[in-house]
Design a protein around this ligand. Structure first.
Ligand code: PEP
Ligand code: CA
Length: 448
């Protein structure tokens, strides 16, 4: 796989480590990696995470890693034993010595080198988040060395489509405590917007209206929000759907374009293996797999849902395939099920399970791995949805990745600092593209 080979490949095995002086002597831009610095920072939950700086002869890149709360079991392991401190040691002692001296614009080589150093299937030795932060900081450093933006560097001239923002308005499930909905996320998707700015405005307006409606509906509502900035209220699943449906309808009418919506069931969180049933504690209901299929099909039809994520637990490919056969004009997306993993996605494709896939680069470790999964998805008619994590940092790179890799949707929240970092970056990208900018279309929803 090639990203953008701007320079001739330099074999580097025996190359002496460059110094800044070597770099200065070189004419023009150079992407030779001079140094890698890793440090401990914090995410929105106050958890420790890793941030990495990659310094090339002509540029600089920085990236930090997010963290999931409702993680898929098949995700890579975030950190080696010993956590972030141990990850920092690994960067210093085993990764930097191998990577310093390579060219940052050979992304595949950097990513492969990290796989080789690690040697496991799930990055348990160096940590998936360590690989993630280096991979992304490296791509940013390469782009910066050429004096261009990351989305231009990875996507080239043709990268001019803005993704539609899929924004969380009400939180439930593992992202909350107490008497909130069992379904994890109630998401707005303003797919009729003609610009990203309009779409972001629609989501902010929907979020505001949802907050006002919850204040009336829930006597105990305190205005509290989850990590992702979505409202937390003492209401049931169907109440939440009613509130969001009404807000989306009003905003569609006010703004003059279609604002759809959907849910992330995150069904692994409510699946009880012993009872072989989904436990809807808030509702006081238990649904076996057949009843779950019925329930999800009913809410899709009743509320005209445009998007449903992980309606079955993470091993139930068959359940997802059955729903996909039954339902039209709705994105049926796998997150915990596929975990951005090419083998799991290819199993899903063979069974025609789902028609969309969440892309969380840190589920799989490197940019190259995620890119390969995206390409496979697109070749097989699956919509890739670039996504944040519930515990995130102000790192905005996924905004660039969504544009570069032509993901028609970005799932990144509506409000809250680390979500706004991505939204505002997309507004800047749209402005930068000027007349060339257009909104990506989502075939499954628009007349699919
Ligand atoms: C999600 O489930 O889509 C999500 C963002 O949650 P987490 O990051 O907790 O996996
Ligand atoms: Ca999810």
């Amino acid at each position: 796989m090639k990203f953008y080979a701007f320079t001739k490949r330099l074999r580097n095995e025996k190359r002496p480590k460059p110094t800044i002086k070597d770099g200065e002597r070189r004419k023009g831009m150079s992407t030779v990696i001079e140094d890698i610095i890793a440090r401990k920072v914090f995410n929105t939950r106050g958890e420790e995470t890793i941030e990495v700086d990659v310094i090339t002869t002509s540029g600089f890149g920085r990236a930090s890693a997010p963290a999931g709360e409702s993680r898929g079991k098949a995700e890579v392991i975030y950190y080696p034993q010993g956590g972030v401190d141990q990850a920092l040691k690994k960067v210093e002692e085993v990764i930097a010595p191998e990577i310093v001296g390579l060219n940052a614009d050979f992304q595949e080589e950097i990513d492969r080198t990290m796989h080789e150093i690690d040697g496991s299937k799930d990055f348990r030795v160096i940590g998936g988040n360590t690989a993630f932060a280096i991979s992304l900081a490296n791509a940013e450093a390469a782009a910066n060395s050429y004096g261009i933006f990351l989305f231009q560097y990875l996507g080239g001239q043709v990268a001019n489509e803005l993704p539609c923002p899929l924004g969380n308005t009400i939180s439930g499930g593992k992202h909350t405590h107490g008497k909130s909905p069992d379904i994890q996320e109630f998401l707005a998707l303003p797919y009729g917007a003609e610009s990203f700015l309009e779409a972001a405005n629609a989501n902010a307006t929907i979020h505001r209206k949802v907050g006002a409606a919850l204040k009336k509906k829930d006597k105990l509502f305190s205005g509290g929000k989850s990590d992702e900035g979505a409202w937390v209220a003492h209401i049931g699943n169907l109440d939440a759907l009613e509130v969001l449906a009404k807000a989306c309808e009003e905003v569609s009418n006010e703004l003059g374009f279609e604002c759809g919506f959907g849910v992330d069931v995150a069904a692994s969180s409510i699946w009880d293996e012993k009872q072989k049933a989904y436990l809807y504690a808030r509702e006081g209901k238990k649904r076996d797999s057949g009843e779950q299929l019925e329930f999800i099909s009913e809410i899709i039809k009743k509320y005209h849902l445009a998007y449903v994520e992980d309606p079955f637990h993470e091993r139930d490919f068959e359940g997802l395939a059955e729903l996909t056969r039954k339902i039209k004009n709705c994105l049926i997306c796998g997150d915990d099920l596929f975990v951005t993993n090419i083998e799991r996605l290819s199993r899903g494709i063979k069974m025609r399970a789902g028609n969309a896939v969440i892309i969380k680069v840190n589920q799989v470790g490197t940019l190259t791995d995620a890119w390969e999964t995206i390409e496979m998805a697109k070749r097989n008619g699956y919509t890739p949805v670039m996504s944040h994590r519930s515990g995130d940092t102000c790192d905005w790179h996924i905004a660039h990745l969504a544009v570069a890799f032509r993901c028609p949707i970005i799932k990144t929240g509506v409000v809250e600092g680390t979500r706004i970092a991505k939204i505002n970056e997309l507004i800047r990208i749209e402005e930068f593209l000027g007349d060339r900018a257009k909104m990506a279309s989502i075939p499954t929803i628009k007349g699919g």
